[in-house]
Design a protein around this ligand. Sequence first.
Ligand code: SF4
Length: 371
Amino acid sequence: MPVLTRRDSSADTARLQALRGVVRAGAEDRPGVYRMVTETGEVAYVGKSKRLRSRLLSYFRAEYPAEKSARIVREAHEISWHYTPSEFAALREELRLIKSLRPRLNVAQKRDARNQCFVRLTGGRAPRLTVVRGTGASERGGVYYGPFVGAAHLREALRELSIALGLRDCTLDGKMHFADQMDLIQLPARTPGCLRFEIGTCLGPCVGAATARVYGQRVREAREFLEGASDKPLSRLDQAMREASGRMEYERAGILRDRMQRLEALVARFSRLRFAVESLSFVYLVPGHEGEDRCYVVRRGVVRHEQQTPQTPEEWRALEQRVRDVFRAHELAAGAVPAHEVDELLLLTSWFTTRPEELDATVPPQALGGT
Ligand code: SF4
C-alpha cells in the first residue's frame, strides 16, 4: 500500500485495510463531513466532501507516503462521518467542527484564506491598526474589516492612517500608559527611542504622553474613517498640506499630497468592500440530497438563520418573519466584522466567488420581507 512508509509494520497495513473496508462497506457517495481519529481518540483531521465515499477511498490511493492525504490516513485508527444535505452544508459543518475541535492536521481554512487579509483594529489599552490573515480571528478579538486581497498596499495605507491620527503601530502591547492614568505608575519623562515619537507622528502612549481620552478619540476617528462616516484624517492632511504650501515648503507639501492620495485610495477600497459585503445579503435556497432542501438567510456574508425550505404558504410566511427579524437586528457599522464572524465571511465569500452560478439560487431579502 503506497500510503505506508518502510517503517510501518504489517499491523499498520492490516489497520489501513480494515479502515478501507469500513469505508467501502458503509460510506455513501453524498455530501458529508468526516473525522480522522487517532489511537488515543484525538480528532486529528476534519474534512468535507461533496462525494464522501469517493473522497475517503482516495486517501488509500495516495501515490507517495509523503503526500498530505497519506500522512493523514496513516494516523487514523478510526474514520467517522456524517452526511449533510448539500456541499454548502458540509462546508459550514466542517468549519464548525474545525473551530470546536481544532484538529492538529487541519490547514484547510488557512489554505482557503492564504490570499485573504483583513484590517484589524485591536482591543487593549491603546488599540492599533494592523493587517492580518482572517484565520484565528475569533481567538484574537478586535474589530475586522475585509476581506481584502493584497496585504502590502493595505499595510502601507494603514501606516499612513496611523501617522495621520497619531496611533501607534508598534507591538508593545500591554506596556501602554496614559497621562491621566499614571497615579500608580510613575514613568520617567523619556521617549522610548521610537522614531515615530521623536518626529511627532505617534501620540506616545508607551510613555504616557497622551491622555486616554485623546487617544480614544483618535481611535474613534480611525473607525469612522474606515466605516465611511468621517474624512477627518484627510482634512487634517489637507490642512497641513495647504499650510506647508503657504510657507513655501513645497517638498513637504508634496509628501503630504502623496499621503493624501494613499489615504484616498484606502477610502475607495473600503467603499468597494462595504458594497461587496453588503451585497452578500440574501436568502439562499439550496436543493438537498433526496429532498433535504435548506434555506439560509444571509446578511453581510454570514448565515443568520437556517431552516428547511418552506413547503406551504404558512411556512413561507413564517420565513418572511424570520427574514424581517434578521434584517432589523442591530449590526456593527457597514464594513466592520466582529471577530467571531470572520471565518464564516471568508467561507461564504470564497463559496460565491468560485461558484458565481450559485447566486442564481438567491432571493433578495426585500422579496421576502427584509429591508
Ligand atoms: S511612540 Fe511608543 S507607542 Fe508610539 S509607535 Fe513608538 S513605541 Fe509604539
